[in-house]
Design a protein around this ligand. Sequence first.
Ligand SMILES: Nc1nc2c(ncn2[C@@H]2O[C@H](COP(=O)(O)OP(=O)(O)O)[C@@H](O)[C@H]2O)c(=O)[nH]1
Ligand SMILES: [Mg+2]
Length: 291
Amino acid sequence: MSHKAGFVNILGKPNAGKSTLMNQLVGEKLSIVTPKAQTTRHRILGIVSEDNYQIVYSDTPGYLESKYGLHRSMMKFVESAIEDADIILWVIDVTDQTDIQEYKEQIIQAPKLIVLLNKVDQLRDGEESLLITKWKTEVPHAVVLPISAEQGHNIGGLMGHILQLLPDGPAFYEKDELTDKSERFLAAEIVREKIFMNYRQEIPYACEVEVDSFKDEEKLLRINAMVYVERASQKGIVIGPKGAGLKKVGTEARKDLEAFFGKQVMLTLFVKVKENWRNDDRMLRYFGYNH
Ligand SMILES: Nc1nc2c(ncn2[C@@H]2O[C@H](COP(=O)(O)OP(=O)(O)O)[C@@H](O)[C@H]2O)c(=O)[nH]1
Ligand SMILES: [Mg+2]
């Protein structure tokens, strides 16, 4: 029996729906999703294996200006994902009218390219076919597909195209592996998602989450996580009046952790100030942005 395997890398602007799409394709919520740009900070693999194929998806951060050391590291994740792709899924948000498509020149040179017109659930009648024609003219060698990552529209069709384009070769990972990321990383990301949902302006961007201990006991997962902020004033905001802010984040995160790990979770959160961590090479390495 022949076997296919390859890297299918998901690229696109911030907020295009890349993480939503990867979660749909993998069938698990590996990558956090929020309405805010720059939610995803790492390159996260999602692996789908069957007897005769293995698809290794990569979710990536959207394009950013290099204001912080953190951002430069995030862009290296994007650049590596352009270089090592067997197939590129280029996610275009059809509701985003701004035409700046960073990395466009590199992306459209990819020999195996699928342009995904995402969020077609937001279009009016007739708009979809116009957009398909526009993109087919612009990138004639690419497959152009309208999808709704959120509603799962046309995800089956996309899978068919991916399998057709996937090269022959042996599996890269064990067939039962789901991601390259640890349970600790995924738990920290779930907490970070709740921070993105609950705080405004600069706070989500100034926060990083690190799981300090992850104990899998017989009936309970006991998780302690540290929320790092950049300034003492941010610590106060995250904790909130009488601890209400942190408590809300903790409760929401615990529910998602229990659903993800299929087990009762005891989550304890702490907050600590690490001055200027987004520009501190040593802290960035500590948080796994090690380029
Ligand atoms: N209406 C609609 N919204 C979507 C769709 N896909 C993603 N979104 C929303 O777009 C926002 C950004 O999604 P996310 O996956 O985090 O984008 P990323 O930054 O590219 O990873 C979230 O609020 C999603 O719920 C879609 O197909 N339709
Ligand atoms: Mg994302």
